[in-house]
Design a protein around this ligand. Structure first.
Ligand code: PLP
Length: 433
């Protein structure tokens, strides 16, 4: 039998799975900070109506619109699940390893799965422009792609520091026809104020979020889109895990472990949540492991409490495992994992012991060595973030060998690393210079 499990186009999931009605306890509601302007009242002015409806929906299954399904196929869905036979052999492990190939995305990450849905709803609701922020550039690229496929404009506020050192990402967004501005920019009041103080302000994700939101608030034609953390983003991403369930059914495997990297929780959630349903129903006893960086070990070292979703404190308070919204996090190349808190859904599952977490050192050496091994045995270049998932899967495969266990280990490769090759070069081949 082939080591690559394909699904036929007509086997693409037609509905997203909403875990809210199946959680072990109700998800704590968002709150407003005391004695300050209400953030909750502002939400309808910033976000898509459909996104907000989905955010609080109690319906277990939500239909994927036909046009979104068509675009999913256009960006190469369903995506294969691959047996890592060469890697198994090299590790001499009795475990069976499988990985999901979200790296086949045209922009290099799973983020297009929600970008396309959000762009579709924006067009449906009559908006002509999407605004957002981006750090590393993966979310900005994904939303630019979504906007271009739907014939919308996109304005991406990119943290100036990243804008300057990642010209590749910038170019990609421009190819999609998006406007990519270094943040702080002169486009918003907030940006102009900061530029006045320091014309070379390096920016931050919090500042870029503020600019994206201000732009959407002040312009009726524009709506702001977010790429992780929120319930509706995880909902859209369940297309990954629903495909994986079908693929595992086809090869008659039940996973002992499902593993992926986690920053805010969208790829981990999308990949794991449909299988978590099976565990909640008592059908599977799969363990779910989130792979993190010690730069942002929100699930490992965070506290479960109400906190802002963004550094600037624009969002309502959400109950999450958090390191504090204004915590300083060391820089790493896997920039997508550098987020202070984990999605409320994942946090609640963590509290109930259903999601576990590991965190790796900030020098990223052991993680990128694992990525190098994966490239040499499997041939695909993972994103720096996805390398954490690979490292955790390899660690489990080695443990299986030590314990002589025939574990089935399924992991997600959330993106490819072709726009981030320099990260691997710096850590693996530059002798620390
Ligand atoms: C953004 C990103 C991540 C981290 O974000 P999550 O919301 O935790 O998934 C992981 N991998 C890739 C490739 C990304 O672009």
């Amino acid at each position: 039998m082939s080591d690559v499990v394909y699904l036929a186009p007509e086997e693409i999931p037609k509905k997203w799975y909403n875990i809210l009605p199946d959680l072990p306890e109700p998800l704590p509601e968002p709150r407003d900070p005391e004695g300050e302007e209400s953030r909750i009242d502002l939400l309808p002015k910033i976000f898509l109506k459909t996104a907000l409806k989905q955010e609080f929906s109690k319906r277990r299954w939500i239909r994927i619109p036909d046009e979104v399904l068509e675009m999913y196929m256009h960006i190469y869905r369903p995506r294969p699940l691959v047996r890592a036979r060469r890697l198994e052999k090299f590790l001499k492990t009795p475990a069976r390893l499988y990985y999901k190939r979200e790296d086949l995305s045209p922009t290099g990450s799973h983020k297009v799965n929600t970008a396309i849905a959000q762009a579709y709803y924006a067009a449906e609701e009559g908006y002509s422009r999407l605004t957002t922020e981006t750090g590393a550039g993966q979310w900005g690229s994904a939303l630019s792609l979504g906007a271009s496929l739907m014939g919308l404009e996109a304005t991406v506020y990119m943290v100036r520091f990243a804008y300057n050192w990642k010209p590749g990402r910038r170019t990609l967004m421009k190819l999609y026809g998006a406007e990519c501005l270094p943040s702080p920019s002169d486009r918003t009041e907030f940006g102009r104020k900061l530029l006045k103080k320091d014309p070379n302000h390096p920016g931050s994700l919090g500042i870029a979020v503020s600019e994206g939101i201000e732009d959407a608030l002040k312009n009726e034609d524009a709506v702001y889109c977010l790429g992780s953390v929120l319930n509706h983003v995880l909902l859209h991403q369940t297309v990954i895990g629903l495909e994986v369930l079908r693929q595992l059914e086809e090869i008659e495997e039940v996973p002992d472990f499902m593993i992926s990297c986690l920053g805010g929780g969208s790829n981990f959630g999308g990949f794991a949540i449909p299988a978590i349903r099976k565990r909640l129903k008592g059908e599977w006893d799969t363990r779910f492991i989130a792979a993190q960086s010690m730069a942002a070990p929100n699930l490992v070292k965070g506290e479960y409490k109400y906190d802002f979703g963004d550094a600037a404190g624009f969002t309502p308070l959400l109950k999450m495992y958090t390191l504090g919204h204004d915590v300083e996090m060391p820089t790493i190349y896997a920039e997508g994992l550098r987020y202070h808190a984990a999605a409320p859904i994942i946090s609640l599952l963590r509290k109930h012991g259903i999601v576990e977490a590991v965190a790796y050192e900030t020098d990223e050496k052991e993680v990128f060595e694992a990525a190098k091994l994966f490239v040499s045995k499997e041939g695909f270049v993972p994103a720096p973030e996805s390398s954490y998932s690979i490292k955790a899967a390899i660690d489990k495969a080695i443990e299986a060998k030590e314990k002589d266990e025939e574990w089935v280990i399924v992991f997600n490769v959330s993106g490819h690393g072709f726009v981030d090759l320099e990260a691997f070069n710096k850590v693996l081949f530059s002798n620390g210079t």
